[in-house]
Ligand binder design. Structure first.
Ligand code: KG4
Ligand code: ZN
Length: 341
């Protein structure tokens, strides 16, 4: 079964075809229109998707050597609603015209299951832990089966990618900031600037004092880290851009790796995967790889970490093979947890 996937939840117009053989085509059209604004402008994102979605889908079908797929899957949320609706409605219209099944895919479920897409068959087995770290979300899930995901930890404020983007903006590194921080950090000293690592204990103490509301013992917080970087930059003797990037990145990665190891210990689950844009970060990938052989770590290729439609087609295909399909009346959903009905 060959499934066409469409992804338009943020600032990438993406289309892909996935079949039993794997990924047959995978196209991502990034939007440069946001660069001048230092962040994604939702209205402009929706318009740019409307311009590019038809040509991107056509190219994905051509790349896969097919005229029509056996089914269509499109991101139905969460994301920027005006952006999501463009791909969702285009996908539904194609499914209706071709008279093939349609699946509305949860974008986070796409990231969560993307490690299954490129790993050798049977290499990633349920249950596994998956750290989804993107521009809008930072969650650690326990995945026990298709559609069965328990949140073990979540950020209580900024997402990891959002923190990267904000720090990059403070340093004048442009948008998106994560790749720039990653590049500059390679030349810096991670011990140059002393930055906080909000620990489980510290968060527990703040919760007891009623200063924060966190629901899970392994929850994370990145807002204080970002503020500490700002205070350092406003101080009398700021470190070089490379050193600030390396120190910030090390603190961020320390917290993420700490939660992964604690969750593995707590659950006894030893297979770990990651997804989302920040999963492309070289330091995070190196630190997680170093957890082997105690843990089995699966890192999707970098192009499969950032937003793409192959992960959407993949989830659509798995759900179709499990006998599911969605009605064409399905609409976009903003606060949609992966696995929720
Ligand atoms: O998953 P994604 O492509 O889109 C969302 O669903 O949000 O993630 C985008 C985020 C941005 O915040 C971007 O700065 C960050 O991922 N990012 C990175 C890297 N590449 C992308 N952060 C750190 N290091 C990277 N190499
Ligand atoms: Zn994403």
């Amino acid at each position: 079964m060959k499934v066409l996937g469409i992804e338009t939840s943020c600032d990438d117009t993406a289309a892909a075809v996935v079949g039993a053989e794997g990924v047959l085509s995978d196209l991502v059209h990034g939007q440069l229109v946001h660069n001048a604004y230092g962040g994604v402008v939702p209205e402009l994102a929706g318009r740019a998707h409307a311009e590019k979605v038809v040509v991107t889908v056509r190219a994905a079908l051509e790349g896969a050597g097919i005229e029509r797929p056996d089914a269509v899957a499109a991101t139905a949320g969460p994301g920027l609603m005006g952006a999501v609706l463009v791909g969702l409605c285009h996908g539904k219209a194609l499914a209706a015209a071709w008279d093939v099944p349609f699946i509305g895919v949860n974008h986070l479920e796409g990231h969560l299951l993307s490690p299954l897409l490129d790993a050798p068959a049977g290499a990633v087995v349920w249950p596994f832990l998956c750290l989804v770290v993107s521009g809008g979300h930072t969650s650690l899930y326990l995945a026990t089966g298709l559609g069965e995901y328990e949140v073990l930890a979540q950020t209580i404020d900024d997402a990891a990618g959002e923190a990267c983007d904000k720090v990059a903006r403070m340093l004048g590194l442009g948008y998106p900031g994560g790749p720039a921080v990653d590049r500059r950090a390679a030349f810096g000293d991670p011990t140059a600037v002393a930055l906080p690592r909000p620990r489980v204990k510290a968060l527990g103490e703040l919760k007891r004092r009623g200063q924060i509301s966190t629901r899970r013992p392994l929850d994370m917080s990145f807002s204080g880290l970002k503020t500490a970087v700002r205070q350092h930059l406003l101080g009398p003797d700021p470190a070089s851009v490379d050193d600030v990037c390396a120190s910030f990145q090390e603190a961020l990665v320390d917290v993420l790796v700490d939660r992964v190891t604690k969750a593995a210990r707590k659950t006894g689950v030893t297979t770990v995967a990651i997804g989302g844009g920040v999963a492309a970060n070289s330091r995070l990938r190196a630190r997680l790889s170093a957890l082997e052989p105690e843990l089995r770590v699966f890192l999707p290729p970098k192009n499969r970490c950032t937003d793409n439609a192959a992960m959407i087609a993949h989830v659509g295909r798995l759900r179709l093979l499990a006998g599911q399909r969605d009605p064409l009346s399905i609409s976009a959903r903003a606060g949609w947890a992966p696995g929720a009905p």
